[in-house]
Design a protein around this ligand. Structure first.
Ligand code: IDP
Ligand code: MG
Length: 136
């Protein structure tokens, strides 16, 4: 089995879209093995988004991800589930996301793109350890 980290970002929680988003994974026969509603503080955001530190959009990103509660979850499925989830998310900019994807169905602005998903097996392991250190 393969696990990946998903974050329904604050915009998704504010808009009441968590159920829609998670139900897509469940209908795809992927399983939720952990989930927590939490406000992501700046330190945790810095760990999670370490690759983006110093980029022009970094401060905006940290403010966005921590502005209200996010639903952080671990999703499990067969091999390369991280990639299945990424494909279901759509392109980073919702304007360019294909219809049928989460961002392509539910978003339009880059700053409010609804969801995070790990971008590799290595990223998934690293990110799951940040948010769910006790998960066996
Ligand atoms: P991803 O979420 O599709 O993996 P990344 O390139 O890893 O995209 O960027 C992480 C997050 O940073 C994006 O989901 C988005 O919220 C934000 N972001 C990325 N590029 C920009 C930008 O150019 N302007 C504003 N926010 C951005
Ligand atoms: Mg990314």
């Amino acid at each position: 089995m393969d696990r990946t980290l998903v974050i329904c970002k604050p915009d998704a929680v504010e808009r009441g879209l968590v159920g829609d988003i998670l139900s897509r994974f469940e209908r795809r026969l992927l399983r939720i093995v952990a989930a927590e509603l939490r406000v992501i503080d700046a330190d945790t955001a810095a760990q999670h988004y370490a690759e983006h530190v110093g980029k022009p959009f970094y401060d905006e990103l940290v403010t966005f991800i921590g502005r209200s509660p996010a639903l952080v979850a671990v999703i499990e499925g067969p091999e390369d589930t991280w990639k299945v989830v990424r494909d279901m998310m759509g392109a980073t900019n919702p304007r360019n996301s294909a219809p049928g994807t989460i961002r392509g169905d539910l978003g339009i602005e880059m700053g409010e793109n609804l969801i995070h998903g790990s971008d590799s097996a290595e990223s998934a392991a690293r990110e799951i350890a940040i948010f769910f250190p006790g998960l066996g």
